[in-house]
Write a protein that binds this ligand. Structure first.
Ligand code: SAJ
Length: 455
């Protein structure tokens, strides 16, 4: 059993200590130290680029051969923020992208997805596969960091044994080992891989120092050293489950207040004037992304393996998962009031990605809404400027033309400017604003019925 850092007397690392480590590391890494990032998607790619900016020789490894070939040829991934895409194009020769690990590396970082299976149980296959790939290349002094989001115990009880068996080495004694859960907020103009504070859990004092030195040389943000790897795993679970239950709370409020004609969004904004003890979340047509709707299931499974049932987390997931159906129900009821049956209606679905102005459709409620509409017999014209390849309509006008109803599932900036005449001119009768992003007052007496989520 690895000794916790509390036993090692290390709790919170002060910034200047980290800087001291960083100075040493920066001096020694500028030209020769190699960082190998396994999994170069939304999480791994920005981290690989930031490591290259910090002077490391960087290798990126990904299991998707077609993706590796495309990126190696210089095609910047569509999810990269502009600054990262520009840096990548200018420094493509500094980053070697391959399908398999090339060999030993001073630092290995695992950034592969940790999704859930259809039965909502954790799918650890990608992270286990990454560990098997890395293990034969781990040498004395290598630093292995797991950034993928996992529940407490996965790093120590599942990943570490693979690394030790495959390398013939022992963590902390021979190689250094840490968990630093990823914190990426796609589309955020302020918080990015260089500025987001991080938490760390490691295998011991030597691993503390090496991991702190590495992150201090790559990011400009505080690093909080936790008492153990398990605590660091739990931190990520807690922060994302916190968000999911709070979204479920306001979604339930929206379904309740919607029946009473109250404006839930305005009420939440009112509650936000309280300067303490309240953090606003807002209702919507569902919860998407690779974090928020997934991580609570890892925590639920962790509880079950310890003989505890997370009733609250499970109920929050149930409420959030019901929002796509709730949203389609609003449209069906209002169309029926107009004498239009959903199964014979044409519906424009605006937005496919899970979040504003990004391309990511993982776990997107818009896709669930699209399936529900199609299952009901409605003709669906989907349009998302960020997901053109997946849209059935080439333009917004094509999607709206001849549509009886509209569901806005993503609050892309292109949709927020829509006004009633944009719908009226195409004969649209009902607009369901799944992200409460339009001016509902503009629709009063407009001839187009407006329904928000809870407003
Ligand atoms: N959503 C709501 N109501 C809200 C907030 C979000 O319905 O009040 C929906 C969004 O529309 C989306 C989903 O939830 O479909 C997730 O939204 P998100 O803003 O949480 O976006 P993510 O998935 O990019 O979350 C990331 C997370 N970062 C990491 O896991 C490292 C999360 O921890 C952050 O809290 C979040 O960004 C953030 O703060 O924006």
């Amino acid at each position: 059993m690895l000794r916790s850092s509390r036993e090692r007397g290390v709790t919170t690392l002060r910034r200047e200590d980290a800087e001291h480590h960083a100075t040493d590391r920066k001096r020694s890494t500028t030209s020769t130290s190699t960082v190998t990032v396994v999994g170069i998607g939304y999480v791994g790619f920005p981290l690989a680029l930031q490591s290259a900016r910090s002077g490391y020789r960087v290798r990126g490894v990904d299991s998707n051969l077609e993706y590796v070939q495309s990126v190696s040829a210089g095609a910047a991934p569509i999810f990269l923020e502009m600054g990262d895409a520009r840096y990548f194009r200018q420094h493509i020769q500094d980053i070697k992208i391959t399908h398999r690990i090339l060999g030993p590396s001073d630092v290995f970082i695992v950034c592969v997805p940790t999704p859930v299976l259809p039965d909502k149980m954790p799918d650890l296959e990608p992270v286990v596969s990454a560990a098997h790939q890395i293990a034969p290349h781990v040498r004395k002094g290598s630093l292995v960091i797991i950034e993928s989001t996992v529940s407490p115990g996965v790093c120590d009880d599942i990943i570490l044994p693979i690394l030790e068996r495959g390398s013939g080495l022992i963590a902390e004694r021979d190689f250094l080992y840490a968990h630093c859960p990823e914190r990426i907020n796609p589309g955020d103009p302020v918080w990015n891989v260089a500025t987001i504070p991080r938490v760390l859990g490691t295998a011991g004092k030597k691993s503390d120092a090496a991991a702190i030195a590495f992150y201090s040389s790559v990011i400009d943000a505080p690093i909080q050293l936790m008492h153990s790897v398990r605590e660091a795993e739990a931190v990520k679970m807690v922060e994302n489950s916190f968000r999911d239950i709070n979204i479920a709370f306001v979604n339930e409020l929206a379904m309740s207040f919607g029946k009473a004609g109250l404006d839930t969004v305005n009420i939440i904004k009112g509650a936000s004037t309280k300067p303490f003890g309240f953090m606003p979340h807002f209702p919507g047509c569902g919860v998407g992304g690779h974090c928020i709707p997934v991580d609570p299931y890892y925590l639920i499974a962790y509880g079950e393996q310890n003989g505890f049932h997370h009733r609250f987390l499970a109920l929050a997931r149930e409420i959030n998962n019901a929002m796509p159906h709730y949203t389609v129900g609003l449209l069906e009821t209002e169309l029926s009031r107009c004498g239009i049956a959903l199964e014979s209606a044409r519906v424009a679905l605006l937005g496919l990605s899970y979040k504003r102005d990004i391309t990511d459709t993982r776990e997107s409620p818009a896709l669930e809404i699209e399936a529900i509409l199609a299952h009901s017999g409605a003709e669906v014209a989907s349009y998302d400027p960020f997901v053109a390849h997946r849209s059935s309509a080439r333009t917004l006008e094509d999607a709206l033309a001849g549509s009886d109803g509209v569901i806005i599932a993503t609050n892309h900036s292109a949709f927020e400017r829509l006004v009633p005449s944009d719908f009226l001119q195409h004969g649209v009768r009902v607009v369901v604003d799944g992200r409460n992003c339009l001016d509902k007052n503009a629709f009063v007496d407009s001839g187009v019925a407006y329904l928000g989520i809870g407003r």
